[in-house]
Design a protein around this ligand. Structure first.
Ligand code: ADP
Ligand code: ADP
Ligand code: ZN
Length: 216
């Protein structure tokens, strides 16, 4: 199964992607996590991406597309993958399709976590993430079992630099202007699956499983 999970910042993509990846045994590929890892390791890719991310802007398409194409060409993606945070522009969506088409392949579904704006600031400013494994928590809605520590790997959990109010507002504008138009591209192809992202974490996961199970 080759799927994309998308939605505005804070919709719950990362949280759901971890569960989907586990249940359906497909690798979870998050462009945001890959960029953050490269920034913390001070690689060339990290240096190129950092200022865009800190300002809440998109990393340029050429950097991002080649990163994803390299990743999905690896052998663990042969039978499927789950892309989280990519594509984010119609240009990226077309590039992904063209890459897949070369191998007579295609996306099975694009899951859209739909969330009205009024929920977003609260989700983003309360988010805390693991510095090692990328697991995401929320101070109110999904706190870790031990304060400040990741349930999965025990590492420290921190607030992301781009999760402060001003940068969140910038990211929402970027979503409206650059990502939202991409929905029409997938809608026309009939593979866009709308999920109500305002439900509890468990209910959102159940809704996603219902959609994915109905496809196989
Ligand atoms: P995204 O990857 O779409 O930016 P995350 O999965 O990191 O979103 O979730 C954003 C924040 O909201 C996190 O703090 C997460 O714990 C919390 N969260 C995710 N899903 C829900 C939900 N259904 N209800 C309440 N809080 C949620
Ligand atoms: P969120 O989970 O809050 O939606 P991500 O972790 O997916 O955020 O992305 C964080 C940042 O990484 C984005 O604001 C952007 O700067 C960069 N980024 C991630 N994916 C892409 C992409 N497909 N194209 C361009 N920039 C990206
Ligand atoms: Zn962790």
């Amino acid at each position: 199964m080759k799927i994309v999970i998308m939605g505005p910042p804070g919709a719950g993509k990362g949280t759901q992607a971890k569960s989907i990846s586990h249940k359906y045994s497909i690798p979870h590929i998050s462009t945001g996590d890959i960029f953050r890892k490269n920034i913390s390791e001070k690689t060339e890719l990290g240096n190129r991406a950092k200022s865009y991310m800190d300002n809440g802007e998109l990393v340029p398409d050429d950097i991002t597309i080649s990163l994803v194409v390299d990743r999905i060409t690896q052998s663990d993606c042969k039978d499927g993958f789950l892309l989280d945070g990519f594509p984010r522009t119609t240009f990226q969506a077309v590039a992904l399709d063209e890459h897949l088409k070369k191998n007579e392949d295609y996306l099975d579904a694009v899951i859209l976590l739909d969330l009205p704006k009024k929920f977003i600031l609260d989700r983003m400013t309360g988010r805390r993430v693991c510095t090692t494994c990328g697991a995401s928590y929320h101070i109110k809605y999904n706190p870790p079992r031990v304060a400040g520590k990741c349930d999965v790997c025990g590492s420290a959990i921190i607030q992301r630099k781009d999760d402060i109010e001003d940068t969140v507002k910038e990211r929402l504008e970027v979503y409206d202007l650059q990502t939202q138009p991409m929905l029409e591209y997938y809608n026309k192809r009939g593979i866009l699956k709308n999920i109500d992202g305002t439900q509890s974490i468990d209910s959102v996961f159940q809704s996603i499983c219902n959609v994915l199970n109905s496809m196989v």
